[in-house]
Design a protein around this ligand. Sequence first.
Ligand SMILES: Nc1ncnc2c1ncn2[C@@H]1O[C@H](COP(=O)(O)OP(=O)(O)OP(=O)(O)O)[C@@H](O)[C@H]1O
Ligand SMILES: [Zn+2]
Length: 698
Amino acid sequence: MKCAESAVVEAPAGVVVRVAVDAPQHSGLNAPLDYASERALASGSLVRVPLGKRELLGIVWPGDAVGEPAPALRPVTAVFDALPPLGPAWCRMLDFAAGYYQRSVGELASAVLPPQLRELSPEQLVARLRKLQKKLARPAAAEPVRPALAAEQAEAVARIQAQLAAPSPKPMLLFGVTGSGKTEVYLRAAEAALASGRQVLVLVPEINLTPQLEARFTERFAALLPEPMAIVSLHSALTPAQRLQNWLAAHLGRARLVLGTRLAVFASLPDLGLIVVDEEHDPSYKQQDGARYSARDLAVWRAHDAKVPVVLGSATPSLESWQHAESGRYERLTLTTRIGGGALPRVKLFDMKTLPPSAGVTTALTAPLLAALKERLDRGEQSLVFLNRRGYAPVLHCGECQWKSDCPHCSAWRVFHKRDRTLRCHHCGFTERVPQACPNCGNHDIAPLGRGTERLEEQLAEALPGARVMRIDADSTRRKGELEAQLQAVHDGDVDILVGTQMITKGHDFRRIRFVAAVNPDGALFSSDFRAPERLFALLMQAGGRAGRDAAGESPAEMWVQTWHRDHALYQALARHDYVRFARDQLAERQSAGLPPFAHLALLRAEARTAEAAQAFLAAAAELMQDDGVLVYPPVPHAVARVADVERMQMLLEAPQRGRLQACLRAWVPALIALKRERSAEFRAVLRWAVDVDPLAI
Ligand SMILES: Nc1ncnc2c1ncn2[C@@H]1O[C@H](COP(=O)(O)OP(=O)(O)OP(=O)(O)O)[C@@H](O)[C@H]1O
Ligand SMILES: [Zn+2]
């Protein structure tokens, strides 16, 4: 493709190179563009090139560049010669991911490369590389202590080792109950891969799990990998300079072990030998804006392409992965017992209907729950109380005129945060001081409705005087270092009752907690999203998994679930810790309803100034659909239809096979780009549209 620019520059004699750049979608310039270069450049080289009036980072893209430079081709402006080119495997992954998720290679590359690469000149990058060379060696570390493996762990490790030696390894699903020592299996597998001179990539779903993981891996490998930058992390909480440095270390092969969140799946790893995806079921692996990729799915693709093993670990695997294990596409490794012989917590399904009508109907802190917490407190044991809603109360309400604290910009309530006396919209961020009186009628008696973690924390402290109550959620951990300090306090036993959102229910190896309560989990039971039961089950099972991890505790560990639907199959399976049964039932339902993993979905999302405009665009898009084997559902509003004064609509596509859906999208997406461009007057109010392949939230 010719570089479609108006300015004509005299091209120097030389060659034509194809360069992937981040051109805006509406430009239609989605394939790599041709540029003139004085000399041949290796594929994967980083360059700077002009595009319109801007100069952008680009990557010389593999593929045939064509003969002589035409006079209209613009020249490459700079070449990052000091940096080895990105490898062919990396470029293949980008090509695949861009094609699969319907983005341009340039856009995806720009989203996943360290942001600083886009800003630096070649000279500045040379300076950064020099700085990296000067990194000092770490102080000598003691030989690590490796615990003797439990029999099931040893078996899992042996099978991973066998795959490490296999010419075309199969993906593995490490299905291990909470506290069964999956991390130790990852450590041994990583050790084997490192020993054979390969790089290892370990992914975790959330930033808040990286410090724990980094600590464990560093402790284990500090002696084995003494060189500076041999163990690095990659996630969005790093400073731009750190992120670039760690990325460079991986790209240059100095980093042997890379730990990170979903964006790390795109790390450049020339000697990749093993990928681990911990908590593989976690929805956080799906990027929710821009290029909406699934890091777990890409990890599987990348491992397959590189012919290296991938280990997906979870106590509650995604139904997609479980189905692959059932069908034999993945090899299943199972850990059935907790380390040290500890039992999983007994699950008590507390029936809210048994409460006397006057007591407890409005309170999440029922008398029996408080009594149970008190008992643990008296024994000096730690408890965790879990509520998936932060803030003090989800809404403020005026009893006089029925005013509620809605957000003027979104179809959502603004949440009451008591500590800083604000009303905050969790969708657009709009924040105001709490009014003294009802803004509608002047009544002074405005009251919070419902309950978030902040209120729960307050009520617990009131109900259990003397108890040390601490809350961990996105609000309590805004400042750097706060989360680490809070977690340390929990580990040190300086906390009696930990209150929090899903942030603290997964992955953490709390040793002291013996009692976990979910005070109000019913909400998700009747959601219209077909994945809601899967998610709720995983969430509760993971939350329960924080209790009784230390077998040495004297009293039995317990999980307390307050529900109005005690007999619901989901809770019954939870009470028996029966993931296998739950998965089987869910998969049967999905199969008969023709839902994933037995069908393949994509969403077309449109955002516009008015709902009508979004709907009209989706309707026009539906008409352009060529393949009548792909089912197109009518457009519907997003669950939160308006955010920041933008209306959001979506339209679901469903196909029986992945390949069919992909083929249809390949033809459809360019037609949509043309649609928006050619009928721009008609669709002016449409601000954005995007395709979400394998959407998670529907
Ligand atoms: N072979 C072993 N000998 C002694 N302790 C072990 C062994 N393997 C693991 N452990 C310890 O068992 C505890 C639980 O292990 P880990 O945190 O890996 O569980 P997990 O399977 O990842 O659980 P979850 O799914 O809840 O995250 C950790 O404290 C770990 O150090
Ligand atoms: Zn808002």
